[in-house]
Design a binder for this molecule. Structure first.
Ligand code: ZN
Ligand code: ZN
Ligand code: ZN
Length: 433
């Protein structure tokens, strides 16, 4: 095995390289211990292997799950059977959260496995930290809601659910150690548990990136790694300035980041760029604008949680434009809080099929993104990809090819040269010639 577990002094555990890894090299792969396809992607991806294709066929009973073929359907049945009959019985009232769906699968998987699985070569699921002692009342409440939903939707199909204390711990473990699987444009495909991947500690200047091939996580070096180096993954979106990142990490993962980037804060000034004005704003004005930005971001996050299908699409777009106008009085267009809102606005435009609108937001975002994010970043790659595909759709061939090539250059390192996403984008470029 190319890696080994080790104990580091102030964190409980981590992963250290025992040999050299070049940029772009696969460090290790980890099949999902448990996974679930998100409801919105049903019909577009196989429930079993997550393959994206148009000729999937649906489960004859529930008519909601889709598969490549009978083999995929058969292999998924031990998990799908937890939901198949229930979805028919509850109809539109069947609405467990994705975390609840994942935990139901985890419980079943734990019952049928006795040995260490190939996903747990280094870390057992049972060894996950839960940080139960650090849960605040909001998290505790969410946890209780999840437990109630698990009982409501799954107790008929899972006999003897674990007691509430065990479930509280399991949900907390999944919240701190779970992963979301995304496609090449960073669209959400599902949730999963990868114990060995969860072993890696966080850094805001990570030396690896995690991508997905179906339901397998692949960890690739994005910085040169030498024998003895600790391997760091990033748990969060790295767009934001140090103080903001530290807050997010403390809130979701319960630790204070002391990585090289959090110490040097080398990118904070550019990330917080202020508009060039004849009379520069007072520090107090800047502080209150940052507070405003954080509140809007939080409002958006909650709106998305409540209405994951973006029902209030026009309201969202209005919120974006309003906040951009307000923040734009002080913040430069390259300021990360401006970029955050532009990214949201671009998403709304894409949803509404306003391709020109999406393109003009994308054009404003992509350049500053490549300055703020690390050299190899999935956020930057996916932005070039979205923009390139928009250009091609709008018959802007030269611009399209240029953007797609930038995406490929990053993806060849992050996803690996032989990834089917890379092959697809190369094909799109070829077709233009
Ligand atoms: Zn399949
Ligand atoms: Zn079914
Ligand atoms: Zn950090």
């Amino acid at each position: 095995m190319p890696e080994e577990p080790f104990l580091s002094p102030d964190k409980n555990r981590g992963l250290r390289a025992v040999r050299h890894f070049a940029v772009g090299e696969l460090v290790f792969a980890c099949p999902a211990y448990s996974y679930v396809l998100t409801v919105n992607e049903r019909g577009a991806h196989c429930e079993n292997c997550f393959t994206r294709r148009e000729d999937l066929f649906k489960c004859g009973k529930c008519k909601q799950a889709y598969y490549c073929n009978v083999d995929c359907q058969r292999s998924d049945w031990p998990m799908h059977k937890l939901e198949c009959v229930a979805m028919v019985a509850y109809g539109e009232n069947w609405c467990p959260s994705e975390t609840v769906r994942l935990v139901a699968r985890l419980i079943m998987k734990q019952r049928v496995t006795t040995d260490r699985t190939p996903s747990e070569r280094l870390l057992l699921l049972k060894e996950f930290e839960s940080h139960l002692d650090k849960m605040d009342s909001e998290k505790d409440e969410m946890n209780q809601t999840d437990i109630a939903a698990l009982h409501h939707f799954y107790s008929r199909h899972i006999s003897d659910l674990p007691d509430d204390q065990a479930l509280t711990e399991l949900f907390a473990q999944v919240n701190c150690n779970g992963f979301t699987i995304e496609d090449e444009e960073l669209s959400h495909l599902g949730s999963a548990v990868f114990p060995d991947v969860a072993l890696m500690n966080h850094s805001c200047s990570p030396n690896v990136i995690v991508t997905y091939k179906g339901t397998v996580a692949e960890v690739r070096a994005v910085q040169e790694i030498n024998p003895g180096d600790e391997i760091f993954n990033s748990y969060i979106d790295l767009l934001y300035p140090t103080e903001d990142r530290k807050e997010r990490l403390l809130d979701s993962y319960f630790f204070t980041c002391q990585c090289t980037e959090c110490t040097s804060k080398s990118k904070d000034k550019e990330k917080m760029e202020i508009r060039k004005l004849s009379s520069p704003p007072e520090p107090e004005e800047i502080r209150s604008m940052v507070l405003y930005a954080k509140n809007v971001i939080e409002e958006f996050r909650r709106a998305n949680l409540l209405h994951p299908n973006i029902l209030f699409i026009y309201e969202l777009l209005e919120m974006c434009e309003l906040s951009l106008e307000k923040m734009g009085a002080i913040f430069a267009d390259t300021n990360v809080y401006m970029l955050h809102m532009m990214y949201q606005a671009m998403g709304v435009c894409l949803y509404m099929q306003d391709w020109d609108g999406a393109m003009s937001y994308g054009e404003k975002i992509v350049q500053p993104y490549s300055v703020h994010y690390p050299a190899y970043s999935l956020n930057v790659a996916s932005m070039y990809l979205k923009l390139g595909r928009l250009y091609l759709g709008l018959e802007k061939k030269t611009h399209g090819i240029r953007a797609l090539k930038k995406a490929v250059a990053i993806m060849e390192v992050a996803h690996g040269k032989d990834h089917h996403y890379v092959a697809e984008v190369k094909r799109e470029i070829e077709e233009q010639k």
